[in-house]
Design a protein around this ligand. Sequence first.
Ligand code: PLP
Length: 387
Amino acid sequence: MKLVSILDAPKPSRRLTPLDIIDELGLIIERWEAPCVNANGEDYDRVYWSLWALGCKLIALGEGCKASLDELGVFRDFEDKPRNEVYSSVRDFARKAKPTPLVRLSWKPAKDVRVWAKLEWFNPLSLSLKDRPALHILEELGLPPGSYIGDASSSNFAAALASASRIFGYRARVYLPSTTGRIGRVASLIMGAEVVVKTASSTVDLIKLVKDDSQKLGFTHIDQFTNDLNFEAHIRGTARELDYQARSKGIRVSGLAGSLGTSGHMAAVAFYFSRRTRGDVDIVLAQPAKGSVIPGLRRVETGMLWINLLDVDYNIYDVTLEDALTVAVEVARSDGLLVSPSAGAAFAALRAHAENYGISGNYIVIVPDTGYKYLDLYESWVGGELA
Ligand code: PLP
């Protein structure tokens, strides 16, 4: 067996993304090992791209052997991090200031549950989890400086894309529905993007327009809603980081809670951990209750790729905006952390789940964003304690 840097190994001629190789990828995570392969062998490209999706640094060449993912450097990105972090560029900072923190909270949905929050606002470009797909997609596309890119977003992805475009030297065009708040619009404008605001109740209603405009105006449509590299970004990032963080601190992950927009991040962590634990993980998802608008979130039936396609079990809860804000305020008052309404929805879903099933153990809540972006919403909310 020969361990070779994945960057030096022959690059397969076709790019396979996680949905193309989902069985292979799932088995590699489940077994925590990958078969040795030969560059001209039949399964080379599937193994190569599975290891790439998992952020492994090495690939094992040879025949009839296997290498564990630890041997292949799956966690090397996060090991031996200097505490005094100095980065030579914003690009380096945005890619390497990882993992985002995992923080034990005192807030509990039930007596025997320990809650850990993964704070995604520690992604520096958009102060949200959307840095991950924006950076990963642009990196994998590898377009030359001066390229023109565009996409629709409810807010955070626009900011992340506008910001990442500065780093890569691109021109960006973002489309936002008129129902969204001003953060994505203003941040994207400041970052020099072209901003198109259209009357639409939801971001997905803008996808056709973006597709048509991409043809007319000649920009590359990033398409966060169906681009499998969104999912891959969260396998390489969010899921792998969590696994590393939990393992290095001896935390057994009983469950994961989060919210749904494109479903990129929750489908990725649900898939990764369901394979890693052979199904022994409890997945709790939040979607907005009918008639409720929670920034960044959508209902499953509005069409989401990954969570609908993947074979993972989950419980999904309808959360009203009022419930999301109520629980977010509870967390703010118990822990002094001001989280986004979408995180409030995830905490509310976890509480409902605890009431239904009497759960215990370590539950991780993915906090997509900071609450400081939504002060207007918190302030105008007159149904609860803030009134
Ligand atoms: N929370 C916030 C604040 C968001 O902006 C988004 C997506 O834009 C989400 C949650 C959902 O994330 P995902 O698209 O990965 O499902």
